[in-house]
Structure formats: C-alpha cells, structure tokens
Design a protein around this ligand. Sequence first.
Ligand SMILES: Cc1ncc(COP(=O)(O)O)c(C=O)c1O
Length: 389
Amino acid sequence: MSDMMTTQAGDAGAFRHFDLNRVPAPCFVVDKKAIERNLSILSGVGTRSGAHVLCALKAFSMFSLAPLVRQYLAGTCASGIYEARLGREDYGGEVATFCAGYKGADIDEILSLSDHIIFNSPAQKNRFLAKAQAAGVQVGLRINPEHSEGEIPKYDPCAPCSRLGMPVSQLTAATLTGVDGLHMHTLCEQGVEPLLRTWEAVQPKLAPFMSRLKWLNFGGGHHITRDDYDRDGLVAFIRDIRKTYDIDVYLEPGEAVALNAGILVGEILDLPTNGMNLAITDISATCHMPDVIEAPYRPALMGEAEAGHTYRLGGPSCLAGDVIGDYTWDHPLEIGQRFVFLDQAHYSMVKTNTFNGVPLPAIALWNSETDDLKIIKQFGYDDFRQRLS
Ligand SMILES: Cc1ncc(COP(=O)(O)O)c(C=O)c1O
C-alpha cells in the first residue's frame, strides 16, 4: 500500500480455504500460486510490449521467491545500496537503482551492483557521472513531469516543491550530459489512463531530447495485475513509444507483483470495552502495517460482516493510535480466535519494525494449488536486540 486509501478492497481469493491454525500468529502467508499468476501477467505485458519489467523490491522483497520472480521478470529495481545488493545477489537479471540521494561512500558499491543508476538531480549526476561511466553503468535522470495524477500531496511526486525528480521545465541539453535514459514515477495504484495523460503532458517537453536517449523508465504505480487494468492499452502505448523513438522502455511495478497474494494472520488477545467493544490483537498497526497509520488506510478483513458485532481492533503496543480500525463480525469474538487482513504481501512485510519489542510476524509460503505450506522464517528476541546497542 503506497497510496492514500480509506478502505482497501478485499479479495480473499484462495485464502478463504486456508486453515489459519496451520501457522503461528502473527504470520504473513503468501500464496505462491497468486504471485505466479501476477508474474505471468506482468511477463505477458513485457513480452507483448517489448518493455523490460522489473520487480520493485521496495514493495515486495520476499527473496525466497526470487528464483520464481526471475523466471518471469527482467530483473529488479532498487531504492539504494541494500536493495541493489539483494537484487544482484538473489534475483539476478537487470538491476536499476534509483535513490533520491547517493553518498560518496556508497557509490562504488552501488555501481558494482547496478546496470542502471538513476539520479534525482543533475548535480548528483554530475558528481558521480565519471565513476558511473568508468564502471560501464548506464546513467539515468529522474524527472518530475509536473503533471499530477495523485490526489494526496504526500503521495504525489509532482506536488508543489516535490524533492523527487528534476522538474521537466528545467530540462536542458546541458542537464542531460552523459544521460542514457530518463525515469519518471508519478503514479500510485493506477490504471493506464493516468499514464497516458502524464505522457501527453510531458511528451512535448521531452521531444527535443528524445533522440539522444536510449531508454525511458516509467517507474511503478501501475496496477497491471488488477482485473480491470487495461493491459492492451498499456501494451499499445509502450509499443508506440518504442517504435516512434527507437528506445527501450522500462516498467517498475511493485505492488502489482504481490497484489492480492498475501495475508496477515493475527490472534485476538483481549476483549475490553470502553464506550464500545475493543479487541487487542497481536497484529500492531504501527509495527506490522505502518501504512495503516501513515497512508492512512483501512485494511480489508477477511469475511467481514455487514452487520453484527463491531470491535475496534488495535495492537499490543503502548501507542494510543495503534488502532487498525473498526470491524464487524457476524459472531462475537473470542480470545484466541484467529483472523486475517487481506492483501498484506506488499508494503507491509517490507515495513515491519520492533517498536515496543513487539514480535515480528513469521513469514510462510503457501501454494493454494497443492496446499503445500512452508514456514519460511520465524523471528525472535535476537531480531529485536540486534537492532539496538
Ligand atoms: C521509483 C519507484 N519505482 C517503483 C515503485 C513501485 O511502485 P508500486 O509498488 O506502486 O508499483 C516506486 C514506489 O514508490 C518508486 O518510488
């Protein structure tokens, strides 16, 4: 979840048939079959359009599935030195790294791990250009198309005074010295229409420079694996760009790789009342689903009833605002009962933390076709302690 949403749409899919008592709680359970379905759709778009489709590790970096991802996608996009290393070492294929600010101390390692290094400003590009060229790494510049398609400024890289990307109105031949490609990332959980409108707005400003570019990278935010996404429209758009300008096109979907492919299983710990029914759970908004507070959004509960028994769910931490939301069941809750938040494979697992020493959720891989289940990882006290000193 990288966007402002009040309520997430719920699609339980095969998880309806998953026995929640097969895993410890809390636990992320990812359905390999659902990931493979998404990857196959993305790979189809790549094949039909000729685009290089990279997996955005910031959204989903469950590296135990790297061999599967590699079968379908061209590589990964990284947000900095650690993701670049994960992409290079575990996933293989191409690694495109974009970071809003690179440090001199890291640049040699980042270059050794990346095929593309994308800079956020001409100043950063100029500072590291010679090193990138000497390392044989292609150089990109992120632009800000100055065309907003997002409604919430916090999530809009084109909002006034955004620090992300060089405003396209500042583009000159000099700013493009040594640049092989341009990058733009402005969408969030969106269809193809906002992409087309963005291109329409930015294309006239890029036209004078297109002949010197080797590639265009349209970032992430494309909800390509959603049922109602116009994939034919995207394929036609990319084919047209490739043909018109004779360049390569890159896409960096993250959420689309793991959309509707994972759940977070929790357990009810206590059922106090204070003006309404409350439920304390072992899932913490602030530790396990921080976007619930940060975005904010209301994660979908599997099997939520329209009417019945409503509880305000919150985590075990001391934070008064560690509240997930108000949810309704068709039966009264019981202590020890399991429950599930849907669509938690992306932007939750990558954002967990151990504030208050709250234990991290385990990670399990399930195959909804074979019913095979593996608990991939369980965390303990050492994971909490090693981040402190
Ligand atoms: C540069 C860049 N690429 C790719 C992505 C992945 O976006 P999404 O997960 O929405 O597809 C993001 C998300 O913030 C991003 O900033």
